[in-house]
Ligand binder design. Sequence first.
Ligand code: RFL
Ligand code: PHB
Length: 385
Amino acid sequence: MRTQVAIIGAGPAGLLLAHLLTRGGVDSVVLEARSQEYVASRIRAGILEQSSVDLLTGVGLGDRLRSEGHEHRGIYLNWPGERHHLDFVDLTGRTVWVYGQTEVQKDLVAAGTADVRYEVSEVALHDVESDRPYVTFVDREGNPQRLDAEVIAGCDGSFGPSRNAVPAETFERVYPYSWLGILADVAPSTDELIYAWHPDGFALHSMRSPTVSRLYLQVPNGTDPASWSDDRIWEELARRLGHGQDGWKLTPGPITDKSVLPMRSYVQTPMRHGNLFLAGDAAHIVPPTGAKGLNLAIADVTLLATALVERFRQHSTVLIDSYSDTALRRVWRCTHFSWWMTTMLHTSGDPFDAQLQLSQLRWVTSSSAGATGLAENYAGLPIGF
Ligand code: RFL
Ligand code: PHB
């Protein structure tokens, strides 16, 4: 089998890259370890930045997003006794959208622009430094296969084989806490997301639709989700999110999913080795506090697709040669922002840290310079920043 770009991984990065390449007249084949149903139902990110929405809309993927997604002007920051709204529109002229990663994934599949081979195994990359790299794998029927390409795009997340094929410098921070996340069949108790600092730990009230809420609690690493009963989760969320404060109430409902998410920051540089290019979680991981993971994946593949179309159609390597450096500027900005949001909002048990966090929250909510800095990063810098 032969193609121009072999893409490993059919998450949002891999499928969007295939979509953009098809639109640019470049052929690709996507190899995915899991089934189409499994990939489409993984519950993950929920917030799209303005630039992600603009990009998806501009490439024919915005119809359902604009009819079923929900545009938010900003977020609330809460700590005991205080709730403040940051209005991103007033501060930066930009908004964010609530639209689940599962929905983005469905829209990409429905577009039908990617040639995806699902349920492949033993994916291995070969000769990535040469002009004739190739990938070997075993197809769903159990037959060994070889995919010859001119370029390989590693979009296989943090556990795939691509990142190990790049001799790289790695930067990592593991946080001493995790998130217990729930999905619940209940209308959100808030119009926009609430990020809450609390001496007993961070909490977040997010949502997926007018009838489905998504909420998170800071828990110790290694927590077993089964050790948290539904009642205990709702009680803790209510306390940390400020139930009763100025008459606000958290309405509980049936929990349909419960999981624990460890948190880390990770960056691998460079994002290229020969004719292998990394994009999305294959190259970097951010803790979810800044809602950046999915948006960074979208930004990476937007740059990479433009560069690959230029390489194949105009036979110029200018953009492809600058891809890693250009992508890493945004990666490091989002890595800093996600680390900053995480360390401002999660409690460590140290009273000195707690006072610094509260001071920073007061500054961010009372100074227009502080508020604008948060808003600019949260609502997202333009792609190409
Ligand atoms: P993905 O979505 O992980 O997709 C990678 C794809 O590669 C496939 N794969 C392989 N295919 C072939 N051969 C192999 N050997 C392979 N190994 C792996 C995988 O099956 C998968 O389909 O990466 P991508 O496309 O870069 O997209 C990035 C986003 O998914 C990610 O940044 C966010 O979802 C991060 N994230 C969250 N971000 C948020 O902003 N809010 C969240 O609530 C949130 N929850 C999450 C998350 C990431 C999670 N992971 C990766 C563990 C929850 C989880 C569980
Ligand atoms: C989510 O809705 O899953 C979500 C929203 C904002 C975050 C993280 C996760 O910062």
